[in-house]
Design a protein around this ligand. Structure first.
Ligand code: RP5
Length: 164
């Protein structure tokens, strides 16, 4: 199976980003996580992105806050699908990162999840890899079934409380 690369702009992003790692682990998807910055380590970031396909990656997840150019820089240097996680924090509490990540120029897309949406970034990466992986597609179906089961249990509990 192709690997997922999870790149974060700073170690301060890690407490949120590790949620993506946990989700990938649950699906049994191999991944690497690295700290690389579009601004502080621009050469290393570009090199990683340029070599990602040949190094066995299938999807790139990039998490960054504030002037969040990391996902865009990766997208500019690779034709692998790039998923951006805008990080909370700074003067605008993530809105700046959301706009910086999502407002890409035509031709260079970044699939942007919600502010701090690490779990969804991992699920979307899994869905991309599952296009050509039936086992993984089955795991995604099972996860959906489990989610629906949890909601049904909550609904039952709510109705029991209302009718008590
Ligand atoms: C971004 O700036 C990082 O992704 C992080 O979200 C934010 C703050 O970085 P630190 O100052 O905590 O290293 O580049």
């Amino acid at each position: 199976m192709k690997k997922v690369a999870i790149i974060m702009g700073s170690d301060s992003d890690w407490p949120v980003v590790k949620g993506a790692c946990e989700q990938l682990r649950q699906f049994g998807i191999p991944f690497e996580a690295h700290i690389l910055s579009a601004h502080r380590t621009p050469i290393q970031a570009a090199e990683f992105a340029r070599n990602a396909r040949v190094n066995g990656f299938g999807v790139l997840i990039c998490a960054a806050g504030m002037a969040a150019h990391l996902a865009g820089a990766f997208a500019g240097n690779s034709t692998l699908p790039v998923i951006g996680i805008p990080m909370k924090g700074g003067a605008m509490d993530g809105l700046d990162a959301l706009l910086a990540t999502v407002q890409m120029p035509s031709g260079i897309p970044v699939a942007t999840v919600a502010i701090g949406g690490a779990k969804n970034a991992a699920v979307l990466a899994a869905q991309i890899l599952a296009v050509s992986d039936d086992d993984l597609a089955r795991k995604l179906d099972e996860a959906r079934e489990e989610m629906a089961l949890q909601i049904a249990k909550k609904e039952e509990k709510l109705q029991a409380e209302l009718n008590a």
